[in-house]
Design a protein around this ligand. Structure first.
Ligand SMILES: [Zn+2]
Ligand SMILES: [Zn+2]
Length: 190
């Protein structure tokens, strides 16, 4: 793996057992796709933090970042903005022959950590399945195609009150059967 500014070679840190060091990487994350939509990522603060701890048998990595994610709302397609705090731990065993492929990140190759790829993975895992402009977003208006109840939507959107729905099936007709007839008597008989 090439040594670019976005990678970290754990051996070059020359950490003694129990020692730790933190490195900060100023890097960009390409837009991420979520449900077929593209979202821009802006990393906040000074960059992606990587804390490396030398522990028995290997290294423990802690990758963390804060980012703002911009993209279309899942329901109305207006811009949605989300603040994300992402972090991920990775273990890198010292003895290569004891490595289990499944336990070691694909982004760590021979003690060289692809920080950009790990940061991207951590961010994607921290994102919700759907990004909304607001939890209460009502989506697009079926009448005009604008976001429902937005200034552009002048439609009179009246949702039926669900409490009245049982009455819809009631026949409140003219009650010609039954209860109108009182006890039979002839007023003239008294
Ligand atoms: Zn929305
Ligand atoms: Zn409308």
């Amino acid at each position: 793996m090439a040594h670019t500014p976005d990678t970290l070679d754990l051996r070059e840190l020359a950490l003694k057992s129990g020692g730790s060091v933190e490195r900060v990487f100023s890097l960009g994350i390409a837009p991420v796709m979520l449900g077929g939509l593209s979202f821009d990522v802006v990393i906040k603060g000074d960059g992606v933090h990587v804390l490396v701890r030398r522990i028995g048998g290997g290294y423990l990595l802690d990758i963390s970042l804060r980012a703002t994610v911009y993209g279309p709302c899942y329901r109305c397609l207006e811009e949605a903005v989300l603040e994300v705090q992402a972090s991920q731990e990775e273990y890198v065993p010292q003895r290569v022959e004891e490595w289990q492929e499944a336990e070691v990140s694909a982004f760590i190759d021979d003690f060289v950590v692809d920080v950009a790829a790990l940061a991207r993975e951590a961010l994607v895992l921290a994102l919700p399945l759907k990004l909304l402009c607001d939890e209460s977003c009502r989506g697009l208006c079926p009448g005009c195609g604008n976001p429902t109840a937005s200034p552009e939507c002048a439609c009179d959107v009246v949702e039926p009150d669900p409490r009245w729905s049982p009455l819809a099936g009631l026949d409140l007709g003219d009650a010609e059967n039954g209860e109108t007839s009182g006890p039979p008597f002839d007023a003239r008989s008294t």
